[in-house]
Design a protein around this ligand. Sequence first.
Ligand SMILES: [Mg+2]
Length: 384
Amino acid sequence: MKIAGARTRLYEFEMDRPLGDANLPEGARMATGMLLFIDSDDGVSGIAIGGGAPGTIQRLVKDLLVGEDPRGVKGLWQKMNNAAFKGGNRGEIGSAISTIDTALWDLKARINGEPLWKTLGASSPQVRAYASGIDMALTDEEITTFYTRMAKQGIQGGKLKIGVDLESDERRLGLMRDALAKSGKRPELMIDSNEYWSPKQAIRHISHLERSFDITWAEEPARRWDYRGLRQVSRGIRAAVATGENLDLLPEFTPLLVHEAADIINLGQGSGGITGMLQIADLAYGFDRPVTLMNCPGNFMAPVAACLPNHIGMEVVDAGRAVCFTVDNRIENGWIILGDSPGNGIAVDEQKLAALEVEQFSPGVKAGSWGRRAGAGMYETPTR
Ligand SMILES: [Mg+2]
């Protein structure tokens, strides 16, 4: 069995609510997606949704993977990373490698005729979920509606976007807590300021919130690489510091753990795909630190979380992203229950995809990667 080639298909769609954070408080409602298909010579294809430019993906597959046995995923991951060595394997090429790796794992599981969670070695097809509104642009009423909807699925944890102003952060955190309490369980509160603050700002704001709330973790309270600042925050607040979603490779995580800057590691697909995430999760396990999986369309990466002994909760955004595909999982009493479909469980709906497919993404569609808002990071810079 050999890899025959790759196909990419781009689509754009409107989400059921605007997503925003401290860097884009007004939020964005349009989103983009890319489906990658890695085809084998016997007609089985692996599917992934992810980033990376189609041209970069096609070049990597053509130059390095065509003719290779797709089941040797870890070796192919190494081959791609070795090839990217001189120019570096971050950014655009890192995204391409991550998406290819994800599709290769799916292909391997489909060839095996088994669900990906089994291929990865999980013994139980369930993953604890937490709700994430990416909700800076939502009204108070919309925050209550979203977290109530999630609580009714048994989800007790929620992550609120904060960092624009302390008064509204405090009010909205209370709304999230009260909505999550409808799960019948103790609400678990997480906050995420998306690197908007300096370390001292973070300590001051979070300490204020901690007078009224028991916060489980504070995400990206300082810059992603600033292990001294993150450690300062960790030591200055009660909550755990979580970070890592915007790092690319395992070596970037090592200083965060060695210097006690990250109490919880966020694992994202962009950190080297499934192979990269497994490496980073093992590194955290070696330091006895938990990991959490970041959101992804239809929770299609949940099989990765299922096999990690130190995984504590996966981010569920549920903003209508599974618009042109379905994924074989469901949420039950706060847990993502994975099905038995081969691979990652993605099934493309060709009719819906046809209505959303584009040749190129439209200019101005931010796709979740908006810039840093002015005023970020300075201790007392007034913000608007
Ligand atoms: Mg985050």
